[in-house]
Design a protein around this ligand. Structure first.
Ligand SMILES: [Zn+2]
Length: 233
């Protein structure tokens, strides 16, 4: 199906600083430009996102937080929360779920976007990052307690999220048209200069290629793909 709904409020929850722009930057830009109030949660610091062994992890994390802020501005987001987990050290435990319940109840989103934790192998050359999987399960496992008042009673009134879109999925069944905002997605990803390597144009080509492929699967020119859940009846 083509997902055309425009939520009033949305929350995007991702592990590393450049994950949301790559996964759903077009959808976030489309929603923001239609008036959706969007908050972003970045769980990990991005402190190990470098192939250079001489990199100072703290300086890298600080730099990447600035890149997140610039990308959020390009996409038109209302704000960003950083949970501050070192890369590779996030676990789907009670503490993570309580923090996610608290964010959900604070912002009370109609729609939430997060990584699909069931995706482990992409072809024969890529294993999905553990942080993506742990966080994805944490988000799914926070949705029910967020909607139940006796869980985490100090985190505010219960809230039911309706639409959940899971990105990085092997079981896509919903596509969002990003033709009008592909440029914004590319510009937002380009804010993460520390991850782009020598040739940013290559990244733009790759993003366009992926959007074209998902467009082909859904009858659109450019699209982002998700696994779609409707919660709460
Ligand atoms: Zn990531």
């Amino acid at each position: 199906m083509i997902e055309t709904s425009i939520p009033d409020r949305a929350l995007a929850v991702f592990a590393h600083p450049d994950d949301p722009e790559v996964s759903c930057g077009g959808t976030l830009a489309r929603w923001a430009s239609s008036g959706t109030e969007i908050y972003l949660v970045i769980a990990n610091r991005g402190d190990k996102g470098s192939a250079d062994p001489t990199t100072d992890p703290d300086a890298l994390a600080e730099h990447r937080a600035e890149e997140v802020a610039r990308a959020a501005e390009v996409l038109g987001l209302a704000g960003v929360h950083h949970l501050g987990y070192p890369d590779g050290e996030i676990d789907n435990d009670v503490a993570l779920r309580d923090r996610l319940v608290s964010v959900i109840r604070t912002h009370r989103p109609d729609a939430l976007i997060a990584p699909d934790p069931t995706a482990v192998f992409f072809g024969d050359s890529y294993v999905n990052h553990r942080d993506h999987r742990q966080l994805g399960w944490g988000v799914l496992d926070a949705l029910v307690p967020a909607a139940s008042p006796l869980y985490v009673p100090d985190a505010g009134p219960a809230h039911q999220v309706g639409l959940v879109l899971l990105s990085g999925t092997l079981e896509a069944d919903a596509w969002v048209d990003i033709a009008d905002v592909l440029d914004r997605k590319v510009a937002a990803v380009a804010c993460h200069a520390s991850r782009l390597g020598e040739d940013p144009a290559l990244v733009a080509d790759l993003l366009e290629h992926r959007a074209t492929e998902e467009g082909r699967r859904s009858g659109l020119s450019y699209a982002e793909a998700f696994r779609r859940l409707r919660l709460g009846g």
